[in-house]
Structure formats: C-alpha cells, structure tokens
Design a protein around this ligand. Structure first.
Ligand code: DX5
Ligand code: ZN
Length: 217
C-alpha cells in the first residue's frame, strides 16, 4: 500500500477544518503542508500559525515541505507548531548535513527535496541520514501543474541507490500526481504519493485517496 499525503495547498482555505476532517476520515497517512516564501519559489502560501491550527484538528502525520530560504532560522518554530516531518530543499542548503542534524535533534523526521533540475547523485552522501527524499515532479511554487515525465527516471535512480546501500529511506513524489500516473510512480519505486489537486478537486476526495492508497510496490 502506498503512503498517501494529500496536499492542503489545494484545499478550500475557507473550510480548512472541514477539509482536515475529510482527511481524518480518509485512508490518508500523512497531511502534506506546503510553505512558500516568495523568494525561493515565486509564490507565498501559509506559515506557522496556520500549521499550528491545522495540527489541532488533524490526526495525520504533518509532513511540512519548506520551500523557503535559510530554513534553519524557522525549523524550530515549525517543529513547535506541530511538524512531524520537516523537508528542506537541497538547493537552498549549503550546509545540508547541519540542517538535517538540526531537524533530528528537535525530534522531527528529516527529509530533503530536490527540484526537477537537481540530479539524484547529489544525495549520495546525505541519504543515510534521511527519513525520506522528496522528488519534485513539477517546479515548486504552485499546485495543479503538469507532471514532468523525466521524474520517473530520477525515481528509478534513487530507488537503485537506496536499495544498493540497503537503506530504509522513503521516496516521496510531489507534483502532478494523478490516479492515472500513480501506478507507474509506485512501480518506479515511490513509497509516498503527494496529491493536491487530484484529491481536493475530485468529486469524492475520500474515494480518490482510497484509489491512490491501493497502489503498492
Ligand atoms: C508544489 C507543492 C505541491 C503541490 C502539489 O510546489 O510542493 O505539494 O501542492 O499539488 P498538485 O498535486 O496539485 O500538483
Ligand atoms: Zn509540496
């Protein structure tokens, strides 16, 4: 069974409590929370206070995707707000090992995201320290974009790297995930499917989550 992480970015922000309730009642495992700073990515989403309130109403694991520069300045605040998993981008972390240690020391699960142009081999020396890797399959900043097909190749490379090193690191894919491409993603080696638009714009979100969950490696 895949781990399914609905992305709250695609939810109706006037009804966040109801949207969280729907996710609680669904088979989703994680709730994916996209934080954008308008610097690293050309958009601004939500931040610490929203996550604090979402934390109070969600039963799911909070998977916080930080699309922000100098994440080390705010990681303690996101942990305090209720983040279980904290994802930082390789592209903004010149001292990535230090970022990962900081997240672990605070008691959260550390993960690294890589953009579509960032090669998988750059993860080689940090992989063993991670809980998961997030492969961005769109350019970060917006929901409902089209899946970039080359991501499949990157997922296969990462799967091979993880298996060869006999590591227990999860692969998460984020951007343009649909019920139609989920099988190919899971077959390529994905453990965690993030889905925003596919879940929240569907007629029956709980049923869509169930369909995504049914794919297994
Ligand atoms: C994009 C975000 C994604 C986004 C995915 O920058 O990181 O998590 O919400 O949205 P969909 O699933 O609609 O492509
Ligand atoms: Zn995301």
């Amino acid at each position: 069974m895949a781990i399914v992480a609905p992305s709250l970015l695609a939810a109706n922000f006037l009804k966040l409590k109801e949207e969280c309730k729907m996710v609680n009642e669904s088979e989703a495992d994680w709730l994916h929370l996209d934080v954008m700073d308008g610097q690293f990515v050309p958009n601004i989403s939500f931040g610490i206070p929203v996550i604090e309130y979402v934390r109070k109403v969600t039963k799911k694991i909070c998977d916080v995707h930080l699309m922000i520069e100098t994440p080390e300045n705010l990681v303690p605040a996101f942990k305090k707000a209720g983040a279980d998993n904290i994802i930082v981008h390789l592209e903004v972390c010149p001292n990535l090992h230090r970022n990962i240690q900081q997240i672990r020391e605070l008691g959260a699960q550390p993960a690294v995201a890589i953009n579509p142009h960032t090669p998988v081999f750059l993860l080689e020396d940090i992989l063993a320290d991670l809980h998961h890797v997030l492969i961005m399959s769109v350019n970060p900043g917006f929901g409902a974009q089209k899946f970039i097909p080359h991501s499949i190749e990157k997922i296969k490379q990462l799967r091979k790297m993880i298996d060869e090193k006999k590591l227990d690191v999860l692969i998460e894919v984020d951007g343009g995930v649909t019920v139609e491409n989920a099988k190919e993603l899971v077959d390529a080696g994905v453990d965690v499917l993030v889905a925003g638009n596919t879940v929240f714009s569907s007629e029956n979100p709980k049923d869509t989550i169930k369909k995504l969950k049914a794919f297994s490696r």
